[in-house]
Design a protein around this ligand. Structure first.
Ligand SMILES: [Zn+2]
Length: 392
């Protein structure tokens, strides 16, 4: 006798937790800790894959801690200001650079020493806590070891292994999982007003990455570009094509990253000049080094963005190959890349599962190499050439 489990997405949570989707176990853990009977750890480590909602969950927890009704009602002034990022006792550090600067963490540690101004707790949220150097971890360590009684630290990272063991061992761990396409689609529909079919398509393509799903659903041409990339990948037949495709991909990622980085840099520059009272664009010598620092930051940010865009592409390539493998092994549930089904079927017939498994490994290797500072073009060329040869 066999039993079948039918799963439905859980009903949406209420209050500050309503946007934390597909994370029932983690939410229950947080709520228990924030309840009067719970024991509140003073250092938390929230882990989960990118886009799973780590910082959304951390903010929801911070709101629950500050909530006037102690429930995370979502309606009181404390809840609303925490979620809006304006509560005086909740500090969020986010970075879009390659690393979090030591000075930034020092300032944060000073803030952590202060008693809360209006709330019950002083909460410090560090998104991307994995982007700290060992030296910076040491600055943080002391404060996490002996925080003032009302201070709560929340570190977010992809996995616990991304943090120094000394830090890790002092934190209570909360693990988020990859949310299913159905709950992500439901969130896009409810929160962002995305039409149902588009929400589902975008959620499936984003493979549990909520921010990416929203982008696919709202940015003109983003889904189409993803499909085109899948077609290009499955159409590779020669090393020459692979070299061209790799170059095009890196160019596209660089352009996308540069556009974003330039925009942020221009805003920062303007803000800096305005705050220094400079209106004619003539920067006095005393301020030039600060401006130079801003420009250097912008360059580092662009480097990281290029890698992020390429990593996204590699994850897409991984999903395409996994679809091929599913067809080859006959294990296939629904394809992630339903729109390129004919090409996937064709690739499945052309090769065998063992080769495809090797290619999937190859994608992971390329991701690791790029994360480890191998020039992206080299890593991607090698991967695409390997794919082209096995699809021939
Ligand atoms: Zn509240």
């Amino acid at each position: 006798m066999s039993t079948r489990t039918i799963t439905h997405p859980a009903p949406p949570l209420e209050g500050v937790w309503s946007d934390v989707v597909g994370q029932e176990a983690a939410v229950a853990q947080f709520r228990r800790a924030a309840s009067p009977e719970g024991s509140l750890a003073q250092a938390w480590l929230v882990t989960g894959p990118p886009g799973s909602g780590r910082s959304t969950a951390a903010r929801a927890f911070a709101a629950t801690l500050q909530c006037e009704h102690r429930t995370g009602c979502g309606a009181c002034a404390a809840c609303r200001t925490v979620l809006a990022g304006t509560h005086p006792d909740v500090t969020v550090v986010a970075t879009d650079k390659l690393s979090i600067a030591k000075e930034e963490v020092r300032a944060l540690v000073m803030t952590a020493q202060r008693a809360p101004a209006t709330g019950r707790h002083r909460v410090l949220i560090v998104e991307d806590a994995d982007r700290m150097s060992p030296g910076t971890f040491n600055v943080l360590l002391k404060s996490i070891e002996e925080p003032p009684p009302s201070t709560v630290w929340m570190l977010c990272a992809p996995s616990a292994e991304d943090l120094a063991p000394t830090i890790r061992s002092r934190c209570r761990l909360v693990t988020l999982t990859v949310p299913g396409a159905d709950v992500v689609a439901e969130l896009l529909r409810r929160r962002d007003g995305v039409e149902e079919q588009l929400a589902l398509r975008a959620a499936r393509a984003a493979q549990g990455h909520i921010g990416l799903a929203l982008r696919y659903a709202t940015q003109e041409g983003a889904l189409a570009a993803r499909e085109q990339s899948a077609r290009t990948l499955l159409g590779l037949r020669s090393a020459g094509q692979a070299v061209l495709a790799a170059q095009e991909l890196v160019d596209r990622a660089t352009a996308e990253a540069k556009e974003h980085a330039d925009q942020v840099a221009a805003e920062e520059r303007e803000r800096f000049l305005r705050s220094a009272g400079i209106e004619d664009g003539k920067v006095p010598p005393a301020l030039r080094s600060q401006l130079k620092q801003l420009e250097d930051d912008a360059k580092r940010r662009q480097t990281r963005l290029v890698r992020d865009v390429l990593d996204r592409y590699l994850l897409d390539a991984h999903s395409v190959l996994r679809d091929v493998l599913g067809r080859q092994l006959g294990t296939g549930g629904e394809l992630v890349n339903l729109e390129v089904e004919p090409e996937i079927d064709q690739a499945a017939r052309a090769g065998d599962g063992r080769v495809t498994l090797g290619l999937l490994d190859g994608v992971q290797t390329a991701r690791e190499r790029i994360a480890g500072n191998v020039p992206p073009l080299l890593a991607i060329e090698a991967l695409l050439a390997r794919i082209a040869i096995s699809l021939r």
